[in-house]
Design a protein around this ligand. Structure first.
Ligand code: ZN
Length: 288
């Protein structure tokens, strides 16, 4: 396993970690001040300053993108809704390509309508079919564009509203169906927050292997967790054995970034960017 204790060469900052720090240009400035070499921005943050400006800032600061967040949200109640999702995913692929991201992360979606309001259906099986078909259609487009798609399984507590793919095994089963030749065009994002509890995690990480393990996201699971979405912990502040999981990940040959992704409306988003980043760097060295 790589030694992270001496530097933060392999630290990437998912820009959601700095949601409290203003627009993306301010976030990039802060990352550059701290010698951070990679980021993973969200589409709304890119749109906030414009894709052209975001691309220019990424290039002029020689930043790499460990990923781009996010595509997905495929399930819909009717054909029009499913088509709108496919159109949006194509735009996401195009943006990821313009920014030269390593992959487009897919948060696949849950029950139709559930994220915005009441669910329009309770049929989780239909939602999973929409996800399979949506990824299949997007994969054709992404493959032609040369943009790998990374399915991110989400913790089961998000099955209704954000993602009905909830384990690494389930994500890899989709990869087997949709990209049986393991071409590298489709893989997974392993986010410790979503998968740390899974008794099959070690075996499924090994199953993913180098070709399918496209991204590695870190934070920590706080006890107690006060909010289902926005109470993620800083690495080292919770109960996830990060070193053990990273060892499994790197056993596959993964040598990419360790991407810090912390949603924390009541703690880290309230702190200055410099403090958040200094802490990310220190914990990257000592706790990841
Ligand atoms: Zn993640």
């Amino acid at each position: 396993m790589r030694d992270f204790s001496a530097d933060h060469r392999w630290l990437s900052i998912n820009t959601a970690t700095l949601r409290g720090a203003g627009p993306l240009d301010a976030i990039i400035d802060a990352c550059v001040r701290h010698d951070i070499r990679a980021i993973s921005p969200w589409r709304d943050q890119v749109a906030g300053i414009g894709l052209a400006r975001a691309t220019q800032l990424v290039r002029s600061n020689s930043l790499e993108l460990s990923g781009y967040c996010r595509g997905g949200m495929f399930p819909a109640i009717d054909a029009g809704g499913r088509q709108a999702a496919l159109d949006d995913n194509r735009r996401a692929v195009d943006e990821a390509k313009t920014l030269d991201a390593a992959c487009l992360v897919l948060v696949v979606g849950g029950l139709p309508g559930a994220l915005a309001g009441p669910a329009q259906s309770k049929d989780l099986f239909a939602a999973r079919n929409d996800v399979r078909d949506g990824i299949a259609a997007t994969l054709e487009y992404a493959r032609a564009a040369g943009m790998p798609l990374a399915i991110e399984p989400l913790h089961p507590m998000y099955a209704a509203d954000r993602a009905c793919v909830n384990t690494l095994e389930q994500a890899l089963d989709l990869c087997d169906v949709l990209d049986p030749a393991r071409t590298g065009a489709l893989g997974v994002a392993v986010d410790v927050y979503h998968v740390w509890w899974d008794p099959k995690l070690e075996a499924q990480i090994a199953r993913a292997g180098r070709q399918r393990l496209l991204a590695f996201h870190v934070c920590d699971w706080l006890v107690p967790t006060r909010d289902m979405l926005n109470d993620r912990g800083m690495m080292g502040d919770g109960v996830i054995e990060l070193g053990r999981i990273r060892r499994w990940v790197e056993s596959t040959g993964f040598g990419g970034y360790s991407e810090v992704e912390i949603f924390s409306s009541e703690n880290w988003w309230k702190r200055p960017a410099d403090e958040v980043l200094a802490t990310c760097i220190e914990r990257h060295r000592s706790a990841v």
